[in-house]
Ligand binder design. Structure first.
Ligand SMILES: [Mg+2]
Length: 177
């Protein structure tokens, strides 16, 4: 079994900068019109911006990649192939409406999935309360790394993720707060 930390990977925000202001796609991204689960019957598919080179950069990081996104298994069929990612494990998440006040709906499920293993989590929805909850409930090291959904993953994010496993602090650290 791998001793690499897990990297919980969100799609909308880090990989798809869906809040980018311009109506045209951000530089380096390609436009995809997708129908994930729940979007089969909508008049228009979902517009998703992706950077094909993100796959290679993610695979080069010293982690075991795990999808942690509302795309769930659709991430493996619709997002991963665009980025050149192999099939990855998927965390099955509770409905977003189940979140406690001020917490991301994913947090407790990710802590349970990690089961004490060190992990980094890349998401646009991380709050200080999520950081506090992980500190309380997760005995291993954790990096909660918030990404701006207007920008997606940037060089600085890849640098931080690349450095963290070898300079791992105790407990969780908020990023970009
Ligand atoms: Mg997101």
């Amino acid at each position: 079994m791998s001793h690499r930390p897990l990297l919980f990977l969100d799609v909308d925000g880090p990989l798809n900068p869906f809040r980018a202001k311009a109506q045209r796609r951000p530089d380096g991204y390609t436009t995809h019109r997708l129908r994930p689960h729940g979007w089969e019957d909508t008049p228009r598919p979902l517009r998703v911006w992706l950077r094909p080179d993100h796959g290679e950069r993610l695979l080069a990081l010293p982690y075991t990649l795990v999808w942690a996104t509302t795309w769930e298994h659709d991430a493996n069929t619709m997002i991963g192939p665009v980025l050149g990612l192999p099939e990855l494990p998927v965390v099955e998440l509770p409905h977003w409406s189940t979140a406690a006040e001020g917490l991301c709906f994913k947090t407790t499920t990710l802590v349970e999935y990690a089961d004490g293993r060190p992990f980094a989590w890349v998401d646009d929805m991380i709050t200080d309360r999520d950081v506090a909850l992980v500190r309380r409930r997760h005995p291993g090291a954790a990096l909660l790394h918030r990404v701006d959904p207007r920008l997606g993953l940037l060089d600085a994010d890849f640098r931080r993720l690349g450095e963290w496993p070898s300079a791992r602090p105790a407990g969780a650290l908020p990023e970009d707060a």
